[in-house]
Design a protein around this ligand. Structure first.
Ligand code: ZN
Length: 288
């Protein structure tokens, strides 16, 4: 009996030590990140984005291409952080291509690059179908959807199409991630309320002012943007990144508001929210 009690004591001591070390590491890491803008796991995460992944980004992500060296590293770090914190699933296909994962993560990082690293904590689960699919909720065929319960769904072919032309103002990943961004802003987690109220109010005003014009097909924004405020923001985001100059020329008030909303100006490579050192300093998410 004595050896059983001894064994149990050793087991408990080891488990306690393990939990203690994990806890101390998480504490030190969050302190380092929050006050010093450092993540001890950053080098480890950066290694996850391999040369072939960078090659893919260079082929279809002009946003990444135009970043300077420091911002590229930050972009790659955030990609890895986003990918690591997701539960990736497929439907009607066995494997999920790295390129598909990158396309989704790329849009998430791009749209939120003006903020301290956003992890879209609310959207832990991602499902990818090979092509468009019949939604279990609406019964209609979809190319992508954002379920407020915390699920993102994409069609692989539609994702690829979105990145095949970087200047047509259509990108499924950016569109869906902009819905996710608005929902994340309302979520009850550590990533709440990061969008400026005044910028959101301005966006609503832009929507009211532009709705008829959009509906009549007289705007750079396609008519779908007139459906409701969420779609207006999503279509605006697609044009903001893919038709930056045209949007600035044709809808200067909307463009200015979007710069304030997303804290970045893609035409000038300006990220207004934070300094580069601070961008990853305020990650307050579980990072295991
Ligand atoms: Zn939409």
């Amino acid at each position: 009996m004595e050896w059983i009690a001894g064994g149990l004591a050793v087991l408990l001591a080891v488990a306690g030590l393990y939990i203690g070390v994990q806890f101390a590491f998480a504490l030190v890491r969050s302190e380092l990140r929050f006050h010093w803008g450092m993540d001890p796991l950053r080098p480890f995460l950066l290694r996850k984005i391999r040369p072939e992944h960078k090659q893919m980004l260079q082929e279809w992500c002009p946003y990444y291409v135009q970043l300077d060296r420091e911002d590229r590293l930050e972009f790659e770090y955030r990609l890895a952080l986003f990918i690591r914190n997701r539960d990736w699933n497929t439907r009607n296909q066995e494997t999920l291509e790295d390129e598909t994962v990158l396309r989704i993560a790329c849009a998430a990082v791009q749209i939120s690059f003006g903020f301290p690293a956003l992890l879209f904590e609310h959207f832990r689960r991602i499902v990818v179908y090979p092509t468009d699919y019949r939604s279990r909720i609406t019964g209609f065929r979809h190319q992508g959807e954002v379920n407020p319960s915390g699920l993102l769904v994409f069609s692989e072919t539609a994702l690829e199409m979105g990145y095949s032309d970087s200047m047509d103002g259509r990108n499924l990943a950016l569109h869906e991630m902009s819905h996710a961004l608005l929902i994340e802003n309302e979520s009850d987690n550590t990533e709440t309320d990061f969008l400026e109220d005044h910028a959101l109010a301005e966006m609503r005003l832009c929507f009211e002012h532009m709705r008829n014009e959009i509906e009549a097909g007289q705007s750079l924004l396609r008519p779908y943007a007139a459906t409701n405020f969420m779609e207006f923001v999503a279509v605006s985001v697609e044009c903001f990144f893919e038709q930056t100059r045209s949007l600035k020329q044709q809808h200067p008030a909307l463009f200015k508001t979007m710069v304030e909303l997303l804290k970045q100006d893609p035409g000038q490579r300006k990220f207004l929210g934070t300094t580069p050192g601070m961008r990853h300093s305020a990650v307050r998410t579980s990072f295991r």
